[in-house]
Design a protein around this ligand. Sequence first.
Ligand code: XMP
Length: 512
Amino acid sequence: MKEVPILVLDFGSQYTQLIARRLRENGVYCEIVPYSESIANIKAKNPKGIILSGGPASVYADDAYHPDPEVFELGLPILGICYGMQLITQHFGGVVIAADHHEYGKAKLMIEKEDSLIFRDVKNGSVVWMSHGDRVDMLPDNFEMIGYSDNSPYAAIANEAANIYAFQFHPEVHHTEEGAKMLKNFAKHICGVESTWNMGSFAKEKIREIREKVGDKKVLCGVSGGVDSTVVATLLHEAIGDQLVPIFVDHGLLRAGEREQVENMFKLHDIDLITVDASEEFLEKLKGVTDPEEKRKIIGETFIRVFDREASKHEGIEFLAQGTLYTDVIESVSVKGPSKTIKSHHNVGGLPDWMTFELIEPLREIFKDEVRELGLELGLPKEMIGRHPFPGPGLAIRIMGEVTPNELRLLRESDTIMQEELKASGLYDKVWQAFTVVLNVKSVGVMGDNRTYDNTVCVRMVESVDGMTATFAHIPHDVLERISTRIINEVDGINRVVYDITSKPPGTIEWE
Ligand code: XMP
């Protein structure tokens, strides 16, 4: 098992991922494991320090999450954050109670113990972010208060002889001005971990690992044109050259010019991409189908059939490379597994069990924006790295109703205009995703002297950090006006354009 200098035990806080982010940004590699991770697994990772995250529960509740108590006996430095602080307090014999009122928002941290290693170079009176209902009422033996705020007499506590520290506030969120520094101090001065981790070193290590694992065998890799699969394929090509078999299935549901863009990019990197044009097969299967789930199912199954057919033409394949991200991994192992069912339908490219390849998932340990950084490190163009996400089932889920060649044309033409105008206005990189939807709703209009009765497209643009929640983008009206005018003038068959102002939730980003 790989060594991990700092291990974060997750007790279900919405901020847990940020702890890992802040440390990695500071060159300290760390990983998140569920709070229930076995002590054997924890030891096997040989950590130099442990962080206990926040969490929504109360430590004194019947169903509270508790780690294996041996975690406290390993002799390793520990930092507890919020719920983690309360666990430490409870474990060592202090008292945690419900606060009179929930404390949520900014507070000023007054440092009591200025020479504490955790506060090195941290300025006094800086803003910290509080979010808690419980609080420490009595310190355990051998602990002292090292920082306080107006509402929290124990904002920071420590048993410095044992290298145990705890904060009531969240150092990992941006509002905590000096938070990243405190986390770095914990890693560097208390755990003795040097800041040596970066994307360049990560790429080198992955390439070495892949070479070692693959030997002289071949690796199959499905390429969609999206950032993740492109980065995976490029990384693998760096590592094993022509032993990589990259397959790009054109399902006929791509945006205008997309196939050519993907092919050209791989050509630039001297990667022999295998494109399979299966568009007719997909469109045939989708004929007459209007139900969104049915569409997804058909596309998923057809994809597997086409992919398998192509793969079986190549001998010596023993591995399958996939662009699984750290967020996917954490989501499926974390305490409650947020939104598992909601997102299950996204795994259109997921392959069935009977495809008996060993998996290679080089992005398993990194976040989306780290994948982008890795892509740049590997020499992929900026425009590629900054592309908006695109769903696996493609344009099929942006046509309400049956997918026909005419509807696909309306969608491609309107989408191209929308993308052009968004780029021209400099807004493309500011939104998470922007696209058009063919509504299958007809309305009356006028073109020249004639009455028209034509299709409506909806323009959907959202802002989001991770796709989990989103708000509709506040686009200047003149940009929307240009998009609307051009679509109506240039796309034959559309006479009305509407703008979607639904956020997620209650809506979703895609319409189906
Ligand atoms: P929703 O529509 O669920 O989308 O708010 C959240 C994010 O996921 C993308 N999405 C998909 N991606 N296969 C994918 O690979 C899918 O079936 C799929 N459906 C939605 C969506 O574009 C957005 O970025």
